[in-house]
Design a protein around this ligand. Structure first.
Ligand SMILES: [Fe+2]
Ligand SMILES: [Fe+2]
Length: 217
């Protein structure tokens, strides 16, 4: 057992003459007892960096959604039409690949997945609920039901070997489903609904849809 004087000697050896602790095991990232005051500037800098990062990310999403919205005249149905067109064009690129383009196929499937997720989120969170509120429940339910099959196709294509003999046939079937769904939205459901909306309601749906779209960027 150590005597009192030995214990005092040990304590003394771990301190400098100025009384500061001379503990070489404490790193610059040590936030333990006694380091709080020293860590405060570092924590502040980290928080500021995170805030700047978050702010920059928010600004990027805002600008992306804003530019898409402006290109479509800030009209929710025109924004959706633009997205339909862009996604169908990606399907056409995928259909133009051959079995040796496995990397390109995988990348395009990912791009289509991302685009359809964002698109479906906007419709399911804003447009279809607004349709139901306007007593267009049958159409809203039908369209949302089809989104379920879109997800099933995405699941299948993501997990299928990209040089599988049936790959392009499944892509073609998938594109046909999406094209038919898009036709119903663009030619029947959306124009009818749009005609029933006041300018104020229309602006509100566009604003809400852009807000949801930003979340998926
Ligand atoms: Fe849809
Ligand atoms: Fe759509």
């Amino acid at each position: 057992m150590a005597t009192r004087s030995e214990t005092r000697d040990r304590k003394t050896s771990s301190q400098t003459r100025s009384g500061r602790t001379n503990d070489s095991s404490r790193s610059a990232f040590s936030f333990g007892e006694g380091s709080a005051a020293g860590a405060a500037p570092l924590l502040g800098a980290l928080a500021a960096g995170a805030a700047i990062g978050l702010g920059a990310n928010w600004a990027r999403k805002f600008l992306m959604q804003k530019s898409e919205s402006m290109a479509a005249g800030n009209e929710w149905d025109e924004i959706l039409k633009l997205e339909h067109k862009a996604t169908l064009a990606k399907f056409d690129l995928l259909l133009a690949t051959d079995d040796s383009d496995t990397g390109k196929r995988a990348a395009l499937v990912k791009t289509i997945h991302y685009a359809l997720n964002k698109h479906a989120h906007q419709e399911e969170q804003v447009v279809y609920p607004a349709l139901r509120q306007a007593n267009e429940t049958v159409d809203a339910d039908h369209l949302e039901h089809e989104h379920g099959y879109v997800k099933t196709f995405l699941y299948e294509l993501e997990n299928m070997e990209k040089d599988a003999p049936q790959f392009l046939d499944r892509v073609r079937e998938f594109r046909n489903l999406v094209a038919e769904h898009v036709r119903m939205e663009e030619e029947q459901v959306f124009p009818h609904f749009r005609g029933e909306l006041s300018e104020e309601q229309n602006t509100k749906i566009t604003m809400l849809m852009n807000k949801e779209g930003m979340k998926m960027l």
